[in-house]
Design a protein around this ligand. Structure first.
Ligand code: HEM
Ligand SMILES: *[C@@H]1O[C@H](CO)[C@@H](O)[C@H](O)[C@H]1NC(C)=O
Ligand SMILES: *[C@@H]1O[C@H](CO)[C@@H](O)[C@H](O)[C@H]1NC(C)=O
Ligand SMILES: *[C@@H]1O[C@H](CO)[C@@H](O)[C@H](O)[C@H]1NC(C)=O
Length: 328
C-alpha cells in the first residue's frame, strides 16, 4: 500500500503540487464562531432581500470553475488587472457582492485575518440553500484567497445560457463532475432570477430559426413574451422556477412541463443523457437534495494550487500599496 500523498499523485496526475488540505471544522480553534456568524448574516440578508441569498449562492459556481475556489471572483479591477467581474457571464449579472462585504466585516471584527473569502463563499452558499428550505450539510474549509483574477479565464470557461446539455456534460466533465452532478447542480436554479437578456434568443430566434424554442410550453412562452418583448428592457428579470424563494425540486417539475427559464435548463430535459436524472429529481426531492450536496462538495474541492493568502478585504489583495495609490 502506498502512502496517501503518493497514491493521490498517481490517481490525480494533473492535480497541482500544493493544494490546501480542506477539512470540516477548519476554524474550530482559530475562529469557533465563524460558521454561526455567516449563518446569521445570511439570515439577515434573506429577510432584507430574499433574492440576495440566491445571488450569493451563485458565487460558488462562478468562483470554483475559474481557477478553483479562491475568491478570485470577488476582486475588483485595478489599474493593472481586469478581473472576473466584467466577464461575459458576470457583467450586469452577478450581484449582492455587498453581502460578502458584510460577511467579511462581521468575521474580521471577531477573528481578524483568519477566515478566507474563498471559505466565506462556500459557507454562504451552503447557508443560502439551508435557509431557503433546502438541505444543510457540513462544508470543508481551509481555502486561501487568490492573489489575482482574470477576465479572460472566466470568459473562456463560464457557460452561456444558450448552451445545450452535451456541451454542459463535456464542460462539467473537465472538472470531474458527472452527468448526475451537472443535473443536480443545475437544480440551484430552484432559487433566484435571470434577465430577459439571457432568454431573448430562445423566445424569438432559437438557433437562428427565427422561431421560439419548440420545447417551451406555449402558456409559459406567452408569459415570457409579455415579460420580455422584442425591443424591451433586457435587464428585466424573471423567476428561474415557479417557487424562486424556496429551494425545492419544483425546478425539475418545471423542466418536465416545458417551463424551464433558460435554454441551458430546458435542454437537460430534451437531451436523452440528462433526461432520466431530471425525471428522478422531479419525483423524488430527497434524491435531488442528496445529489445536490454531493455536487456542491465536489465543486468546492476544486483548487488551482496557486499561492494564496487570507484577504482582509475580499475586493482587494493584501499589501498592494502601489495599486491603492493609483486608485485614489
Ligand atoms: C449548468 C450550467 C449553468 C448555466 C449555463 C447557468 C447560467 C445562469 C444564468 C444565465 C443565470 C441568469 C443570469 C442573468 O440572466 O443575469 C443564472 C442564474 C443563477 N445561477 Fe446559474 N448556471 C449554471 C449552473 C449553475 C450552478 C452550478 C449554480 C450553483 C451551484 C448556479 C446558480 C445560479 C443561481 C442561484 C442563479 C440566480 C442568481 C440570482 O438570482 O441573482 N448556476 N445561471
Ligand atoms: C450543442 O452545442 C454545441 C456547441 O454550441 C454544438 O456544436 C452542437 O452541435 C450542439 N449539439 C446539438 C445536438 O444540438
Ligand atoms: C436569427 O439568427 C440568425 C442566425 O444567428 C440571424 O442570421 C438572423 O438575422 C436572426 N433573425 C432575427 C429576426 O433576429
Ligand atoms: C442593463 O443595465 C446596465 C447597467 O445598469 C447597462 O449598462 C446595460 O446596457 C443594460 N443591459 C441591457 C441588456 O439592457
Amino acid at each position: 500500500m502506498l502512502p496517501l500523498p503518493l497514491l493521490l499523485v498517481f490517481l490525480f496526475p494533473f492535480t497541482v503540487a500544493d493544494p490546501a488540505v480542506l477539512q470540516p471544522g477548519f476554524y474550530r480553534d482559530s475562529c469557533p464562531q465563524a460558521e454561526t456568524i455567516v449563518r446569521d448574516v445570511m439570515r439577515t440578508a434573506l429577510i432584507r432581500e430574499p433574492r440576495s441569498v440566491a445571488s450569493v449562492m451563485r458565487f460558488q459556481f462562478h468562483d470554483c470553475f475559474v481557477n478553483g475556489c479562491d475568491a478570485s471572483l470577488l476582486l475588483d479591477d485595478t489599474p493593472t488587472m481586469v478581473g472576473e467581474k466584467l466577464s461575459l457571464s458576470n457583467i450586469n449579472s452577478l450581484r449582492s457582492f455587498e453581502v460578502v462585504d458584510e460577511l467579511k466585516d462581521a468575521l474580521e471584527k471577531v477573528c481578524p485575518g483568519t477566515v478566507s473569502c474563498a471559505d466565506i463563499i462556500i459557507m454562504a452558499a451552503r447557508d443560502a440553500v439551508a435557509l431557503s428550505g433546502g438541505p444543510d450539510w457540513e462544508v470543508k474549509l481551509g481555502r486561501k484567497d487568490s492573489l489575482t483574477a482574470s477576465q479572460k479565464d472566466s470568459d473562456d470557461i463560464m457557460p452561456s445560457p444558450r448552451a445545450n446539455a452535451s456541451f454542459l456534460i463535456n464542460l462539467f466533465d473537465k472538472f470531474s463532475l458527472s452527468v448526475k452532478d451537472l443535473v443536480a447542480l443545475s437544480g440551484s436554479h430552484s432559487i433566484g432570477q435571470g434577465r430577459c437578456f439571457s432568454i431573448m434568443f430562445r423566445l424569438y430566434n432559437q438557433s437562428g430559426s427565427g422561431k421560439p424554442d419548440p420545447a417551451l410550453d406555449p402558456k409559459y412562452r406567452e408569459k415570457l413574451d409579455r415579460l420580455c418583448p422584442l425591443g424591451g428592457d433586457e435587464n428585466v428579470t424573471g423567476d428561474l422556477d415557479a417557487t424562486p424563494q424556496v429551494f425545492d425540486n419544483q425546478y425539475f417539475k418545471d423542466l418536465v412541463a416545458g417551463r424551464g427559464f433558460l435554454n441551458s435548463d430546458e435542454t437537460l430535459y430534451t437531451f436523452p443523457d440528462t433526461r432520466a436524472y431530471v425525471g428522478i429529481f422531479s419525483r423524488d426531492q430527497d434524491e435531488f437534495f442528496k445529489a445536490f450536496v454531493e455536487g456542491m462538495i465536489k465543486m468546492g474541492d476544486l483548487q488551482s494550487g496557486r499561492p494564496g493568502e487570507i484577504r482582509y478585504n475580499c475586493r482587494v489583495v493584501n499589501g498592494r500599496p502601489v495599486d491603492i495609490l493609483l486608485e485614489s
